[in-house]
Design a protein around this ligand. Structure first.
Ligand code: P1T
Length: 379
C-alpha cells in the first residue's frame, strides 16, 4: 500500500458495530464490562480509546512503522520519549530546535539529573566528541526549527553507539518528505498540531517506533502519566492526515516560490530554505528527503523593531505561533517560539532578533507573493 492509500485506509476500517464508514468519535471515558475483566479490549479511555487507536495505526503506517502512541501535544510526546531515560543518563541534542523542547530539556528534565549536551549535529566529529558512556539518547530535529539546518540521520546512526537511541522530531518534514526510521532512527516524534493535523484546529503529538520494547515503555508512560488526546482532537488529526500528501505538495511548491522570490529581493539579507541550491546542506537535503517542506526563514536588512512591524503588516500571513496549517503564518522566533530560550543561547545559535519564519500555506501563490511584495515595498 502506498503513502496516500495508507493515510486514507490504515486504521480506518468501517465501524464494527454500526458500519459507519468514518471512524466515530468515541466520546467516552469508560466501557461497560460484561463481568469483571470481561470486555471488548477497552476498559478506560486514558489507557485505550478506539478513536485514538485508529489515529495511532494510521500515523504509524505513514512512517512505515509498527507502533504509534498519540499524545495531547507534541511536547507530551517528546516528554514520553525522554521518560525512557533515568537519572544519570546523558542526551546529545542538536543546537537548533523548537524553543519549547529546549525549555523541557533545560528547565524540567535537567532537574531530574539528566544531562544534556547541545552540539551542531551536522558535524560527526562533534558528535563523537560529545558522546559519553552514559549517553542513552541523541535527540534531533531535521530540518531544524527555526533555522532549517539539515542533520544527516544515517551519519548520526553510524557515529552513535548502539546503546544510544536516536529520536528524530520529524514535524517539519512530515513522513511524506522524510522517513527517519528507514535512515536508522529508533523513534520518530511529531507535533501533530502542525502539518499532520494541517488545519490549525487541534493540538496533538505522536511517538512512533518499530522497537517493541521501546513502544511498551512509551505506552506504559502514556497510561501512567496520562498525556493523551481527547477523542475529538484525535479524530480531527486523523481527518487532517488523510490529505497530508496533497497539502505537502502545495506547501512545498509555494515555499520554493517564496524562497526564490525572497532570495532575489535587495531588502532581504539571508534566506534559509533547504530547497534552494544556496542552502549549505542542499545536497544532503536532496538525498535524505523527498521534498523540502513548507517553512522558509529569512532576515531583513532592517532593525529588529522594523522586522517585527513587517511581521504584523502582512495580509495573508497571520502573525502567529505554530506552523503547518493550510493558512500562511509569519512569526518572529526571538520574541515568540524561542522566547523561552535565554537571549545569549538564542543568539549563539543564530536565532537573531531580525529573523522571521514563514509557514507558507496552500493559498494561491500569486496572492502570497503580492502580499510579500507590497509589504517589502513599504519598507
Ligand atoms: O505545540 P506542540 O504540539 O506541543 O508541539 C511542540 C513542538 C515540537 N516540535 C517542533 C519541531 C515544534 O515546532 C513544536 C511546536 N512549535 C511551535 C508551536 C512553533 O511555532 O514553532
Amino acid at each position: 500500500m502506498r503513502f496516500s492509500t495508507r493515510a486514507i485506509h490504515v486504521g480506518q476500517e468501517a465501524d464494527p458495530t454500526t458500519g459507519a464508514t468514518i471512524v466515530p468519535i468515541y466520546q467516552t471515558s469508560t466501557y461497560t464490562q460484561e463481568a469483571v475483566g470481561r470486555h471488548k479490549g477497552f476498559d478506560y479511555s486514558r489507557t485505550v480509546n478506539p478513536t485514538r487507536v485508529a489515529l495511532e495505526r494510521q500515523l504509524a503506517a505513514l512512517e512505515n512503522a509498527e507502533y504509534g502512541s498519540a499524545f495531547g501535544s507534541g511536547m507530551a510526546a517528546t516528554s514520553a520519549v525522554l521518560n525512557l531515560l533515568s537519572a544519570g543518563d546523558h542526551v546529545v541534542a542538536s543546537d537548533d530546535m523548537y524553543g519549547g523542547t529546549y525549555r523541557l530539556f533545560s528547565r524540567v528534565l535537567s532537574r531530574y539529573a539528566i544531562d544534556f549536551t547541545y552540539i551542531d549535529l551536522s558535524d560527526s566529529d562533534e558528535l563523537r566528541a560529545a558522546l559519553r558512556p552514559q549517553t542513552r539518547l541523541v535527540w534531533l530535529e531535521t530540518p531544524t526549527n527555526p533555522l532549517l539546518k539539515i542533520v544527516d540521520i544515517a551519519a548520526v546512526r553510524a557515529a552513535a553507539p548502539r546503546s544510544a537511541l536516536i529520536a528524530v522530531d520529524n514535524t517539519f518534514a512530515t513522513p511524506y518528505f522524510q522517513q527517519p526510521l528507514a535512515l536508522g532512527a529508533d523513534i520518530v516524534v511529531h507535533s501533530t498540531t502542525k502539518y499532520i493535523g494541517g488545519h490549525s484546529d487541534a493540538v496533538g503529538g505522536i511517538a512512533i517506533t518499530n522497537d517493541a520494547a521501546v513502544h511498551e515503555q512509551i505506552k506504559f508512560h502514556q497510561n501512567s502519566v496520562g498525556g493523551v488526546p481527547g477523542p475529538f482532537d484525535a479524530w480531527l488529526v486523523m481527518r487532517g492526515a488523510k490529505t497530508l500528501a496533497l497539502r505537502m505538495q502545495q506547501h512545498e511548491r509555494n515555499a520554493l516560490a517564496v524562497a526564490q522570490y525572497l532570495e532575489k529581493h535587495p531588502k532581504v539579507e539571508r534566506v534559509s530554505y533547504p530547497g534552494l541550491p544556496a542552502h549549505p546542506q542542499h545536497v544532503l537535503a536532496k538525498r535524505q528527503m523527498r521534498g523540502f517542506g513548507g517553512i522558509v526563514s529569512f532576515t531583513l536588512r532592517v532593525p529588529e523593531e522594523r522586522a517585527m512591524a513587517f511581521a504584523a503588516g502582512l495580509r495573508y500571513f497571520s502573525l502567529a505561533e505554530s506552523l503547518g496549517g493550510v493558512e500562511s503564518l509569519i512569526c518572529h522566533p526571538a520574541r515568540m517560539t524561542h522566547a523561552s530560550m535565554p537571549k545569549e543561547d538564542r543568539e549563539r545559535r543564530g536565532v537573531t532578533d531580525g529573523l522571521l519564519r514563514l509557514s507558507v500555506g496552500i493559498e494561491d501563490i500569486e496572492d502570497l507573493l503580492e502580499d510579500l511584495q507590497a509589504a517589502l515595498d513599504r519598507f
